[in-house]
Design a protein around this ligand. Structure first.
Ligand SMILES: Cc1cc2nc3c(=O)[nH]c(=O)nc-3n(C[C@H](O)[C@H](O)[C@H](O)COP(=O)(O)O)c2cc1C
Length: 401
C-alpha cells in the first residue's frame, strides 16, 4: 500500500510516545520508508534505539549532531519527506510551530519542510481545551497543517476526555487513503478561483462581499494533496497559501478573468469558488469622492460573467461552479448549470448557520448533467473538498469524453 513512500515521523514528549513506536511498525509493514526525529522530552519516555530498530534508520535528536557532512540534516530530512507526521504532538511543539520557533531538531525540520505536515495531538483534556492551545491549532489550520483529532477516552493523567493520540492503525489508514487519493489527480492541472473581488469606487473605497476564500483554499489544497498542479487565483483574503499550491493574487473581476483565461487552455479541472462581483462602478473616480448634502448614487455596470465565459470556451475541461444562495438554492443551481454550460454546480445555502462564507464547515448539494444530484453532510471544508474531488473524479474521465 505504501511502497516507497517516504514518511518522516516527529515524536514529541508525551506518554503516548509508546504508541508512536507502534505507528512506525504499522507504516513500515505497509511498505513505507520511515525516518524518525525525537525531541529531548520524547527521549525521556522511549529510547531512540527502539525507533532505530523499528524504522531501520538512524534516529535524529540533535540539530547540531551532523552525521553526514555532505548535507545539513534538518534540511535534508525536510526535503526527503513526502509526508510529515507529528505524533504525539505536544502542546509545546504545536505552540512552537504556530509561532515559527525552531529551537530543536523537530521544530527546525518542520519549519524547513514543504511537504504536507499532519499533527496528531495528545495531551491532557484541559491542556487541549486551553485557549492558547486552541489558538495555536487554529493558526496552524490556517497555515495549511492538517490535524488528526485526538480521540476521547481514558487518559494517562487519570482524566477521561478528549486528548488520546489517535490509534496507530487509524493513522496508518489515513496515510494510505491520502496516498491513494494523491494518485488520482497526478498529472492533472486544477485551477481554482477563491475569495471575493474588489471593484474600486475611488482611490479609498471599493465594492466587495463577505467571501472568506476558505472553500476555495480548501479545494486548492485538496487538489495539491491529490497530486495535481494546483493554481489558486485568489481575490483579497487573509489566508496563507496551502502547501504545494501556486497562488496568483488578483483584485477585480476583470483581473480574475484574465488570470483564469491564461490557465484555461491547459487546465483539466476549473473550480470556481470565488464570489465574483456581478457589478462594478461604471466610472472609478480619480480622487476621493467628497461627501455632499443629500443623497448620492453610483452607477453600476455588469462585470463579465467568468463562469459563463469559460462555459462557452470549454473544450476538454471539467467546469465546476459554486452557487452561494440565500433562497431557492436548488432551482437557482440547476438553472445556473444549464445557462453556463458548467459540468457541476456545487450549491450551498449561505444563510444556514455553519455553512457558507466565514464558516470552517459547509453543507452542499452537487448538481450535474442528466439530473445528477448528490448531497453532502455538514463537514469541515478541507474534508469536503477531498470528497468533492473524489466524487467528481469518479464520475469524470476528462480525456475520454
Ligand atoms: C509524565 C509526563 C507526561 C506528559 N504528557 C504530555 C502529553 O501527553 N502531551 C503534552 O503536550 N505534554 C505532555 N507532557 C509535558 C511535556 O513533556 C512538556 O511540555 C515538554 O516540554 C514537551 O517537550 P517537547 O514538545 O519538546 O517534546 C508530559 C510530561 C510528563 C512528565
Amino acid at each position: 500500500m505504501l511502497e516507497n513512500r517516504k514518511i518522516l515521523l516527529c515524536v514529541s514528549g508525551g506518554i503516548a510516545v509508546y504508541k508512536a513506536v507502534a505507528l512506525v511498525s504499522k507504516l513500515s509493514q505497509a511498505g513505507a520508508s520511515v525516518k524518525v526525529i525525537m525531541t529531548q522530552s520524547a527521549q525521556q519516555f522511549v529510547q531512540p534505539l527502539t525507533f532505530q530498530v523499528m524504522s531501520r534508520h538512524d534516529v535524529f535528536t540533535d540539530t547540531f549532531d551532523e552525521k553526514d557532512s555532505s548535507v545539513i540534516a534538518h534540511i535534508d530530512l525536510a526535503d526527503w519527506a513526502e509526508l510529515i507526521i507529528v505524533a504525539p504532538g505536544t502542546a509545546n511543539v504545536i505552540g512552537k510551530l504556530a509561532n515559527g520557533i525552531g529551537d530543536d531538531m523537530v521544530t527546525t525540520t518542520l519549519l524547513a519542510a514543504t511537504a504536507p505536515i499532519w499533527i496528531a495531538p495528545a495531551m491532557n483534556v484541559h491542556m487541549y481545551d486551553h485557549p492558547a492551545v486552541k489558538r495555536n491549532i487554529q493558526q496552524l489550520h490556517e497555515d495549511g497543517i492538517r490535524f488528526i483529532e485526538p480521540s476521547e477516552g481514558f487518559l494517562a493523567c487519570g482524566y477521561v476526555g478528549k486528548g488520546r493520540l489517535e490509534e496507530p492503525e487509524k493513522i496508518t489508514q489515513l496515510v494510505e487513503t491520502y496516498f491513494r487519493r494523491e494518485l488520482k489527480l497526478t498529472g492533472k492541472k486544477v485551477v481554482v478561483t477563491a475569495g471575493p473581488t474588489r471593484e474600486r469606487i475611488d482611490p479609498v473605497r471599493f465594492l466587495t462581499n463577505f467571501s472568506s476564500g476558505k472553500m476555495g483554499y480548501a479545494m486548492a489544497s485538496a487538489a495539491a494533496e491529490m497530486g495535481a498542479e494546483a493554481i489558486l487565483i485568489s481575490g483579497p483574503v487573509s489566508l496563507s497559501v496551502p502547501s504545494g499550491v501556486t497562488r496568483i493574487q488578483v483584485e477585480s473581476a476583470a483581473e480574475m478573468l484574465e488570470a483564469v483565461e491564461a490557465h484555461f487552455a491547459t487546465a483539466d479541472y476549473v473550480v470556481k469558488t470565488a464570489a465574483v462581483a456581478d457589478y462594478r462602478p461604471k466610472k472609478i473616480a480619480d480622487q476621493k469622492i467628497k461627501k455632499q448634502q443629500g443623497e448620492s448614487s453610483i452607477v453600476l455596470e455588469r462585470t463579465i460573467d467568468i463562469l459563463n465565459q469559460l462555459g462557452q470556451q470549454k473544450t476538454h475541461q471539467v467546469l465546476i461552479g459554486f452557487a452561494a444562495e440565500t433562497n431557492n438554492v436548488s432551482k437557482y443551481a440547476k438553472d445556473k448549470l444549464e445557462r453556463k454550460n458548467a459540468d457541476y454546480i456545487i450549491a450551498n445555502d449561505v444563510s444556514e448557520a455553519q455553512a457558507g462564507f466565514e464558516s470552517d464547515t459547509n453543507r452542499v448539494v452537487v448538481y450535474g448533467k442528466n439530473d445528477f444530484e448528490q448531497a453532502f453532510d455538514m463537514m469541515p471544508k478541507q474534508q469536503l473538498a477531498h470528497q468533492l474531488f473524489e466524487m467528481i473524479i469518479e464520475k469524470e474521465t476528462p480525456y475520454d469524453r
